[in-house]
Design a protein around this ligand. Structure first.
Ligand SMILES: NC(=O)c1ccc[n+]([C@@H]2O[C@H](COP(=O)([O-])OP(=O)(O)OC[C@H]3O[C@@H](n4cnc5c(N)ncnc54)[C@H](O)[C@@H]3O)[C@@H](O)[C@H]2O)c1
Length: 333
């Protein structure tokens, strides 16, 4: 299959490229502007086998159309986006342009050039702040979507654009993934998360364990959770990457759909920090701080749908393993 990966030099995209190169004979083209992605990641991936990397910005619609004209893509996996929530509050237009407008253009090109499969990186942020008393067995895909920041809203708009396009063009099929909290590195430590000034909990704790930060804060210790800190559903990046490979297979014979991807269980901020301390053997400094605006107390997925419909079975559903790969990767870079 001839596959376009946008954002393939970034964290999650690069792990999907790795699996595609290792486990399929697909022709892979990566488009990335390297704003938060890394050419060194592309170089590492090229050690598996060669593929085309095009440094381009999705906002250059003419240039992107030129790439579609020159290559007959059969599938697109669209990761490229801006994803810092506080920045999206300060600069919403950056998010509506990069995430929503550029996605609309990509979907248009997919339509114009007959691309039949579109896999999209959406987020649990589309659910906003679900009522903790209603979460029960996890947030299902049909829970109300009420994003509380422009980042989540920009992704929800993109979802609608993709869905409406598929309604109008039955040849165009999609899988929309709503990721929960993604962490860890490839178990062979060839690639991992390089994000600068990351705010992701496991990345930050791993940086502390490696002495790259003096310490870290826990934002809010008075949430209605057993230890008072927020609960999230952490998924190993390689299991998430595998879901994308499954999605391409799924779209051969099945209808478009939205799927959560997580493990359907949660860990608190305190539990995660303790786990990073345990796997690293380093007792770094942690201070309590007030809650941040817009942090829901608990986000846990219900992942029954992806398990049943895509036959997706996670391999690394183990917080210690997630934290260990994140820490060992952090030590390496
Ligand atoms: N990391 C998470 O926990 C998480 C959670 C939910 C959803 N997501 C979604 O997953 C996707 C990938 O996230 P990530 O963590 O790998 O982030 P990332 O920043 O590491 O990767 C994004 C990549 O897209 C590229 N990019 C951004 N805008 C571009 C543009 N206009 N043109 C070309 N390239 C562009 C960046 O250079 C980068 O390589 C995003 O769509 C994000 O919203 C991530």
């Amino acid at each position: 299959m001839n596959i376009l990966i946008t954002g393939g030099a970034g964290y999650i995209g690069s792990h999907v490229v790795k699996l595609l190169l290792e486990n399929t004979d697909s022709d892979v083209t990566v488009i990335d502007n390297l704003v938060t992605g890394f050419e060194s990641t592309i170089d590492e991936l090229k050690k598996i086998r060669d593929f085309d990397f095009i440094k381009a910005d999705l906002s250059n619609w003419n240039e992107i159309e030129g790439i579609f004209k020159a290559r007959k893509f059969e599938a697109i996996i669209h990761f490229a986006a801006s994803l810092i929530v506080p920045e999206s509050v300060e600069n919403p237009l950056k998010y509506y342009l990069n995430n929503t407008a550029n996605t609309a253009n990509l979907v248009k090109l997919a339509n114009d050039y007959g691309v039949k499969k579109f896999v999209f990186s959406s987020t649990a942020a589309t659910y906003g702040e679900p009522d903790i008393s209603e979460i029960g067995n996890g947030i299902k895909e049909d829970f109300p979507t009420n994003p509380i920041n422009p980042y989540g809203q920009s992704k929800l708009f993109s979802e609608k654009i993709i869905q409406d396009t598929a309604k109008a063009n039955p040849e165009f099929k999609y899988v929309i993934f709503r990721y929960f909290n993604v962490a860890g590195a490839a178990p062979d430590l060839s690639i991992g998360q390089k994000t600068k000034n990351a705010t992701h909990l496991i990345k930050v704790a791993s940086e502390c364990a490696c002495g790259k930060r003096d310490g870290m804060y826990i934002f809010g210790t008075d949430y209605p959770t057993p230890d008072g800190t927020c609960i999230r559903d952490y998924i190993h990046v390689m299991d998430l990457a595998d879901a994308h490979i499954k999605a391409l297979e799924y779209l051969e014979n099945n209808e478009s759909d939205i799927f959560n991807v997580g493990y359907g269980k949660g860990a608190s901020v305190k539990e995660v920090i303790d786990t990073v301390k345990k796997v690293s053997g380093v007792d770094f400094k942690v201070q309590d701080a007030p809650r941040r605006a817009g942090d829901p107390a608990m986000l846990i997925s219900n992942c029954d749908k992806i398990k049943q419909k895509m036959n997706w079975t996670p391999k690394y559903d183990d917080l210690e393993f997630i934290c260990k790969t994140a820490y060992e990767w952090e030590k390496k870079i």
